[in-house]
Design a binder for this molecule. Structure first.
Ligand SMILES: CC(C)(COP(=O)(O)OP(=O)(O)OC[C@H]1O[C@@H](n2cnc3c(N)ncnc32)[C@H](O)[C@@H]1OP(=O)(O)O)[C@@H](O)C(=O)NCCC(=O)NCCS
Length: 171
């Protein structure tokens, strides 16, 4: 698969579960998304394989436009934790992030999910807007708290990650 850099129309995009073979393309997308921490390729391979049921990839004619990694929290399996969301810069602002989140929650594997969690840095307006929209669509409150603190958890080398907890989700 390739990644795309120029503005584009996302109307024909296909949303599907990722497979192992998507790991390399996902790795490229995450690496080219400076707002996100990049992971090892191995990590992205595991996300695409082991967490396929709770992750989603957006592609158009073999081009990766978006990816969400997520998992059901081991101790709270009714909570879907969204690990990373990435939409190619050329495809942003067209509803793709919202569509991917909606499809993840529409899956049968998410049938028992009552809450969604993610972490967002204070200044990431696009991400806050994405998850506020989701909360509104599911008529659910969004609670904010600090999950990983700049000093306590990141040795003052990374902005604090604020937990956004959304739910209960009205289905
Ligand atoms: C965050 C991100 C995934 C959003 O994807 P997207 O496909 O552009 O989002 P959508 O088009 O579905 O927009 C969802 C909502 O966010 C709003 N939004 C999108 N980009 C925005 C921006 N830059 N500033 C403010 N609001 C924004 C949209 O208007 C929409 O709200 P609305 O439905 O009330 O109009 C994308 O900007 C991205 O990949 N950013 C870099 C990686 C990142 O920050 N990921 C999140 C880390 S927690």
């Amino acid at each position: 698969m390739q990644l795309i850099r120029d503005a584009m129309n996302t109307s024909g995009v296909v949303l599907r579960k990722p497979i192992d073979e998507d790991g390399q393309s996902v790795h490229q997308l995450i690496t080219q998304t400076p707002e996100l921490d990049s992971n090892s390729c191995y990590c992205n391979l595991l996300q695409c394989g082991h967490f396929s049921d709770t992750s989603i990839i957006a592609e158009q004619q073999g081009v990766v436009l978006g990816f969400i990694s997520g998992y059901l929290k081991p101790t709270q399996p009714q909570t879907l934790f969204i690990w990373q969301v990435a939409v190619s810069s050329a495809a942003r602002g067209q509803g793709l992030g919202s569509r991917m989140l909606q499809q993840l929650l529409d899956r049968k594997e998410s049938a028992s999910v009552t809450h969604l969690e993610t972490t967002i840095t204070e200044t990431n307006d696009a991400s806050w807007a994405l998850f506020k929209r989701l909360a509104e669509n599911f008529d659910a409150p969004l609670e904010r708290s600090v999950m990983f603190d700049r000093v306590t958890h990141f040795n003052d080398e990374h902005d604090s990650e604020l937990l956004a907890r959304i739910g209960p989700l009205a289905r």
